[in-house]
Design a protein. Sequence first.
Length: 99
Amino acid sequence: MRERDARRRCGEGERKGEFVTYIITEPCKGVKDASCVEVCPVDCIHSDEGQEMYFIDPDECIDCGACESVCPVNAIFYEEDTPEEWKEYLAINADYFKK
Ligand code: SF4
Ligand code: SF4
């Protein structure tokens, strides 16, 4: 069990978007081929016509990693492994689902 799940079970961190898991970053922009959407078992990767990329809902993602391996441009990272230059996408993914 990841630490995030343990914290959830303890009732901590209930603010939406606080616990980001896997996230989508800049390389998705302009590609947006939806390979990740097809393999996600919980249908938590979304976008819309006005967006250049897809986003992962941090409240629904179960950390399975299936999306990461199918992305043709390596745009998906586990939170802790996200390159420094793309750390801002942690908030960008979560914010998309606060609309
Ligand atoms: S890690 Fe799994 S659950 Fe989370 S977005 Fe990727 S495919 Fe979906
Ligand atoms: S597989 Fe990669 S490039 Fe394709 S939509 Fe998902 S994150 Fe974007």
